[in-house]
Structures are given as structure tokens and as C-alpha cells.
Design a binder for this molecule. Structure first.
Ligand code: ADE
Ligand code: ZN
Length: 324
């Protein structure tokens, strides 16, 4: 089973590029950019990754991102992740980036996006990994700030397939971003949003009704509403589930309690993803191994999960030819 999981070609649909910053690279970039870290050793960093909820993680995650300063830094971050894709047999990946985390520190939008996209181009040519880029708005900031970010992104529109919504879910409901998502839809972007990670299943309904999204990121709280489960099944709306993230952030106390197998058996379009792998202790294969071991998944389950990812990706029909 272990080899089967490792060897099957996979697609990843929920991955924050800032969440792939490994402690080793954090140290290297801090040194290169003359930035003082709060930690003295790699072990000290790893020991700090002891989260109690989403916010306790986000505080450390935003602080870690401060070492990213130049186009080269964003290039290195992205290329390191693509090498992990290769090791995990992830042949297609749809990557989130959070421009506001960087523009708020006076790093140009252009620096961020050119560093990331140059690495994606090299990853395609050198590692044969196909990719798409999704720009997320930080939901703890205002809708006005999101509009400004959307405006800046328009210069690079051809590099961005979609718009997402992430950061602190509780207290920042989908309704807050209704207008900016409407605008993004008019501009032709695909739409996704984190919903029902820590927040109630109502946020999933709201993300569908008010933001018109194509996929739900996380969505594990759907299990608490029969009506929503039926809705997600009928419409086959993709849920980009992140098992190791959910146990690390105490959404579930134990992997044995994770809802993914129940959702899969019910007929939902669930997929497996790594979210912020350097912070949550594992890339794609580790996520598959963890659920397989704790929830007794079969080979058929794994095949279904992997097929769901390719079918729910933003790969065009023409691009799909390359995967066959
Ligand atoms: N940003 C990075 N990871 C996230 C997560 N799991 N939830 C919300 N925002 C995030
Ligand atoms: Zn996420």
C-alpha cells in the first residue's frame, strides 16, 4: 500500500506556497537578507510548531514569511516545493499565494509573482510539473484591501487562474467579500474559498451562495449538516481536504476522527492536499499515508481520491491531453 500511494501520479489543489517554507530555507534566507529570527536553531523552530488552533498557526506562519524579500527568495521557495512534488509524484499542482502578506511589508507585488512564476516555468521544463497559480485574499483584512490587490494583479492576469480566500475564518464570513468575488468572476477568474475549516458549515453554504465558488477549500464541517452533504453530493462540488493540517490545528483531535472517509463513502467529491506542509509535518504522500493508516482506506479509495483531484483541477481540456 505504501508503494502504491507513493507511486500513483497525483494532483494537488490546496497548497499555500508560503506554507512550504522549510526551517532550513528560513535560516538561509534570514542570513542572506540580514534578518534576525526569533529562533536560534532549526530544532527551536520545529518546537514552536505546536499549534492549538488556526490562529496560533497563522501568527507563526506570517512571521516566518518575513524572510522572503527578493524575487530570488520567492523563486527558491517555489522551486524547493516543486522538487518535493517530484519526490511525491505530484505531476500537477494548483498553488495559492498571499500577496497581501508581502505587500504589507513593502515588497512589490511584481517581486512576488515574478519569483513564483519563473520557478513554475523552470519546474515545468526541468521537472515536468504542470501548475496553476491562485491568488488568495486575506480575510482578516478589509474588502477594500482585497479590491486594491485585485487591481494590482490585473497587470499579471495571464499568470493567475483563480482567486481564493484564506486566513482567520472565525469572524470573517464569506459575506464580507461578496463584492470583490463578484468583480473577480466578471473578470473571468475561477473562484475558490476556505470554508468550514474551523468555521461552521454555514460558511460553506454562504461561500457557495454569496461568492459563487467552484471549489471549497477544507469543507470538513459539512459533516454536521445532512442538507449540505446532499447539496455537495448532488452538485459534486470539490472539497480540497487537508488531513495533516486538520489534526495539527486541532480541527480533529485524532486522525481516526477525521471525516474524510465518511465524506468519500457518502459520495462527495473529496480530494487530499497538504495545505502548509512544512508546518504540518508532511507533503502529499504523508497525508495519504496518515489517512490510509488511521481510516483503513482501500486502493479503490486512493484511486477515487486521486481521480477526483485531476477531475476537479483547473486544467483545460487541451492540457488534459498531456496527462494521458
Ligand atoms: N493560510 C495558510 N494556511 C491556511 C489555512 N489552513 N487556513 C486558512 N488560512 C491559511
Ligand atoms: Zn489552506
Amino acid at each position: 500500500m505504501k508503494n502504491f500511494i507513493n507511486n500513483i501520479p497525483k494532483a494537488e489543489l490546496h497548497l499555500h506556497i508560503e506554507g512550504t517554507l522549510e526551517p532550513e530555507l528560513m535560516f538561509k534566507l534570514a542570513k542572506r537578507n540580514n534578518i534576525k529570527l526569533e529562533y536560534k536553531t532549526i530544532d527551536e523552530i520545529k518546537n514552536a510548531y505546536n499549534f492549538t488552533n488556526l490562529q496560533s498557526f497563522l501568527d507563526i506562519y506570517y512571521s516566518g514569511a518575513k524572510v522572503l524579500q527578493t524575487e530570488q527568495d520567492f523563486y527558491d521557495l517555489t522551486y524547493e516545493y516543486l522538487k518535493k512534488c517530484k519526490e511525491n509524484n505530484v505531476i500537477h499542482t494548483e498553488i495559492f499565494f498571499d500577496p497581501q502578506t508581502h505587500t504589507a511589508r513593502n515588497i512589490d507585488f511584481k517581486t512576488v509573482i515574478l519569483g513564483i512564476t519563473k520557478a513554475l516555468e523552470d519546474g515545468k521544463n526541468e521537472l515536468a510539473i504542470s501548475s496553476k497559480l491562485i491568488m488568495c485574499f486575506l480575510r482578516h483584512l478589509s474588502q477594500e484591501d482585497a479590491f486594491k490587490t485585485l487591481d494590482e494583479a490585473m497587470k499579471f492576469k495571464e499568470k493567475i487562474i483563480g482567486i481564493g480566500l484564506d486566513s482567520s475564518e472565525l469572524g470573517n464570513p464569506p459575506a464580507k467579500f461578496k463584492d470583490v468575488f463578484k468583480k473577480a468572476k466578471e473578470l473571468g477568474f475561477k473562484l475558490v474559498a476556505h470554508a468550514g475549516e474551523e468555521g461552521s458549515y454555514e460558511y460553506i453554504n454562504d461561500a457557495l451562495d454569496l461568492l459563487n465558488i467552484h471549489r471549497i477549500d477544507h469543507g470538513v464541517q459539512a459533516i454536521n449538516s445532512d442538507k449540505l452533504m446532499q447539496r455537495l453530493k448532488d452538485k459534486q462540488i470539490a472539497l480540497t481536504v487537508c488531513p495533516l493540517s486538520n489534526t495539527k490545528l486541532k480541527v480533529f483531535d485524532d486522525m481516526k476522527e477525521h471525516s474524510i472517509k465518511q465524506m468519500l463513502d457518502y459520495g462527495l467529491n473529496v480530494t487530499v492536499n497538504s495545505d502548509d506542509p512544512s508546518y504540518f509535518g508532511g507533503y502529499m504522500n504523508d497525508n495519504f499515508h496518515a489517512i490510509t493508516n488511521s481510516l483503513n482506506l482501500t486502493k479503490e479509495d486512493i484511486i477515487k481520491l486521486v481521480k477526483n483531484s485531476f477531475n476537479s483541477s483547473f486544467i483545460t481540456k487541451e492540457e488534459k491531453q498531456n496527462f494521458i
